[in-house]
Design a protein around this ligand. Structure first.
Ligand code: AMP
Length: 188
């Protein structure tokens, strides 16, 4: 099963992806993590991504799609295991490109889990994470920009996936265990 874990920054995508991997041994692709690895290694992609991430904006679609396609190529067992897409897609063109890419592997996105969290809780979580994450974007100015970008560019994807019948909303405000239980229900 291929799953998109969808939600605003701070909605718990990374945490719940980890739980899903532990439970179902899926291949995990977090585009945010891949970009942070590029930055840490000082690659050309990392150099482009660094300023964009610190400013709370999105990396251009074509570059993101290339990074994603490369990751699938490098992990030949990914499709067989099933993939969790965490932080991708973030725009409608990315979602369309993902459909095309998966078609090449004779597969598709089966379910989209939408973590729905109140805005003040998102901000609280990211500020809390910022105390230890070392992330350049977990500060109040960048958080605000990331939320604006989310509302403008990423949220329209909700309707896109609702129209395909694949969107499964999950209340993302509770404890990690409660949320995970609801996700498992929705994946049945
Ligand atoms: P995340 O770890 O998912 O919160 O991502 C951190 C940052 O990486 C985002 O704020 C974006 O700047 C960038 N990023 C991650 N995934 C994508 C994506 N699919 N498209 C564009 N930018 C992305």
């Amino acid at each position: 099963m291929n799953i998109v874990i969808f939600g605003a920054p701070g909605s718990g995508k990374g945490t719940q992806s980890q739980r899903l991997i532990d439970e179902y041994s899926l291949h995990h692709i977090s585009t945010g993590e891949l970009l942070r690895e590029h930055i840490a290694k000082g690659t050309d992609i990392g150099k482009v991504a660094d300023a964009i991430i610190s400013n709370g904006q999105l990396i251009p679609d074509n570059l993101m799609i290339e990074i994603l396609a490369d990751n699938l190529k490098q992990h030949p067992d990914a499709i067989e295991k099933g993939v969790i897409f965490d932080g991708f897609p973030r725009t409608i063109p990315q979602a369309q490109a993902l459909n095309e890419l998966l078609k090449e592997y004779d597969t598709e996105i089966h379910k989209v889990v939408g973590l729905e969290v109140a805005e003040d809780e998102l901000v609280r979580r990211m500020l809390e994470r910022g105390k230890s994450s070392g992330r350049a974007d977990d500060n109040i100015d960048t958080i605000q920009k990331r939320l604006n970008v989310y509302h403008k560019q990423t949220q329209p994807l909700c309707d896109y996936y609702k129209a395909s019948g694949k969107y499964h909303p999950v209340n993302g405000n509770g404890s990690v265990d409660e949320i995970f239980d609801e996700i498992k229900e929705k994946l049945k």
